[in-house]
Every structure is written in C-alpha cells, then in structure tokens.
Design a binder for this molecule. Sequence first.
Ligand code: ZN
Length: 481
Amino acid sequence: MVYENPDGIMIGLEIHVQLNKANTKMFCGCTTDYTDKEANTCVCPGCMALPGTTPVLNEKTVDGAIKIGLALNAEIENETDFFLKNYFYPDIGNGYQVTQFDKPIIKNGHIMIEGEDGELKIRIKRAHMENDPGKMAHFGSIEKSTGSIIDFNRSGMPLVEIVTEPDIRSSKEARRFLDKLRSILEYLDVFDGSREGAMKADANISVNIFNGKRIEGTRVEIKNISSHKAVEKAINYEIMRQKDFLRKNKPLVQETRHYDEDRNVTVSLRVKETADDYRYFPDFDLVPMVVGGRVEGIRATLPELPDAKRERFVKTYGISDAHAKSLVTERAFADLFENVAAAVDPKIAASWTADIVKGELNYRDMPVTSVSAEDILAVIGMVSKKEISEESGVLVIRTLLDEGGKPTEIVSAKGLAMVADDFIVTAAKEAIAESPDAVADYKAGTEKALNFIVGKVMQKAKGKADARLAREMVLKELEKM
Ligand SMILES: [Zn+2]
C-alpha cells in the first residue's frame, strides 16, 4: 500500500533539544541541572550577561552536538562559528542569542521512521548549536498578573536545534519522528527528555493539494509546542484550518502561530520574521571553531543505536520484529530484556518484558529501574514450573510495582501458589456434574460450551489453576462420558 497523501501535506519540524546532561552551561561553569532549584541560584555574571563578561565555550557541549550529528547520519562541518541573533526580550540579558548561521555544525543527515506506508526516511537539513534564554515567571495567571520576574537558571543552557526537510506527511508521522529522535538522543546520554523544557518543537505545515489539484501551499509555522502529543494535535488542527480556508476561498497568510493546548486551536502570533530581522553578525568574543580531529574519536564512543539494536535482537534472539521494536525504544529497557534473555528462552523473555512489564510500567508512568531482571526471572521461573499461573505472574509484577517486595514473598502473602492437579480433577468432575446443559450442548457440537465448564473449574480453584491444564482435565472427563 502506498500512502497517497491526498491533501499534499508537507510538514517540516524544528526541534530544540537541551543538552541537559552536559553538566555545565554552554559558556560558563554553572550547572545545567536546575530542576527544583530556587530561581536565580544556578547563575553567574556570565550567564546573566552582565557587562564585561566574555563567554568560554564548553567543550563537552561541542562533543554532544557532534555525537548527535553522527547519530543522525549527518556530515559534521569541520570549521564552524557562532553568530549573534539580535532581539529584545526581558529574559535575554544582552539582547542577543548566541547561535550559528550559515555554517551549522551538522548538515545533511537523516533518520528512518515508521511512515504511513512503511519505512520512511526523514532528511535532516541542518542542526546548529545555540543557547537557551532565561525564563519569565508571572505572579498569578499571565492575564491577571501584577508583575513578572525573571529566572536566569535556564539562561545559557546548551541547545541543539535540529531542522528537518518537509518530508513528513501527517501528524502521526511527526509524532513518530519525535519519539524516534527522543529515543536516539537518550541513547547518546546527552539528553534527559523527562526534564521540563527538554524538547520543544516548531512545526511548519502546508496543504499543497486542493480539489485534487496541486497548488502553491502557504507555509504556517506553529511555535514552541512542548509535548509530542500536542504536536500531533496542533498539526491536525492546522491542517483542518488551512483546508477550511481553501474551501471558503479565504486567503492564507505565511505567519507564525501559537498552539493553545487547552482550547486545541492555533492562534496568530505574528507575520513570519525573516533572517534579516535578526541582524545576524559574527560573535567576536568567540573564535571560529575547528572540530575536525575530534570527530573520529567521538564516533568510536557511539553506543549501539535503536535501529541497529532492533536488527540484532531479531537476528540473535529470534524474537519478532514487533517485540524487538518495543524493547529498544529505551536503552535501559533493552538492557533489562538482555539480562532476562541471558537466563531463559529469549522469546519468553521478550513476551514478559515487552508485553507485560513494559505495559505495567507505562500504565504507572514508572521508570525501568523500578523492576529488576532477577524479579522478572523469578516470576518466569515460577510460571514455567507451574507453581503459579500466568495470571498470578502478572499479578506478582503489579504488586511488585505498587507495593514493592520479592516475588516469592508476594506469592505466599497472596496465596497464589497453584492448586494441586488432583484438586483440578475433582473440580472438573464437579463442574461437569453441575452443568448438564453445557455438557449436552458440547456433545451436540457447540465448542463454546466447553469454556463455560472450564470457567467453572477456574472459579472453584479461585484462579489458582493453570487454565490449559483445567481445559485438558475437563476434556478428559467429558471423553469418559
Ligand atoms: Zn553561569
């Protein structure tokens, strides 16, 4: 099946990624871990842009950017430099942002995503380094605020801004791109996506087919969308709005819009600014940067990335591609699977970790570290020895996450140990005796009637029987009749 893209949707994304694992800010020694810190306590004269301070580039930031470039299959620019992007805003002390202009450190890369119709290559046009401004905080709600204060803790946080070509054709593909990008960045250990403001996206959207004819679409940019889900919703709204304008023959303007998450609408912010408005000029405090020699050394330190890991899992462990895909989204989770798979049949390991453990963790929004390979192995061990049923195994995992404890303790505390085989035989006989109608139906060829009898056996065993065994026993007893 080929995806037709009937509205000729073209979407390009610009993603601002904080290198929040770089430890120190881009041009000073202040910490980048200001989560839960009091306002203006992670600052120095440099990142507050006081007069007379000069920037000193943090090497680790550059290495982080190179790592990202290599993981995005991109070219790394050998000689690159920094520019000033001038604009006024209260949270930017010196009236400019340090960024890169015509020679970004990263260009011409790509990543593969699951598109509407199979594997899709999304090209990365460029990615450049820049720093984050501070943050405004308002007393009360923004509309009724009696005043605003500025927190400079974020000021100077190193960022990489990644710009894609408009290869994305739907909101779903945009979300998958962001999920994949986040996964890759976390593998690289340069980025922690769970911190506030870690990743923000701007989306450029145009509708290029109307009434079955190709048209010159109008590119509208939606700024600063903070979650992957919101990106998907904002794009859906914007496509609908543009199509509606085209139908009503209303003119579309090339502009920047804001996505209001509460109302699920985009609203006009301003007519799109051009590069000229920012009066870019070279940052004379920073000399041009030559990265050449560092690149190969950094390449050698790159970890195995999600796509490669997925391929290896299928090949080495013989598990399904769907399981492999689910296991590799997070590096720590892939490691957890490998630790389990080292001790039991990898297919069983995959179904317990990918289908059960992952689901239970996601449901509770808990990190991978909440469960250990030993605990999962203990559960798998008890299930395979038929000491507990599969259902009880799942219950043990749930209890473990909710209340803590060890699997064997949970099994005895909750009385989950499976009942003996002779109990099931007796229960099967009883269930048959109590269900003459179901037995008659089954004998008359209604297969479903069997489920009713087996259900009764399970009820008698209070769920502590192996359902397959119960079924076998019931069948055996029925054959005797
Ligand atoms: Zn500082």
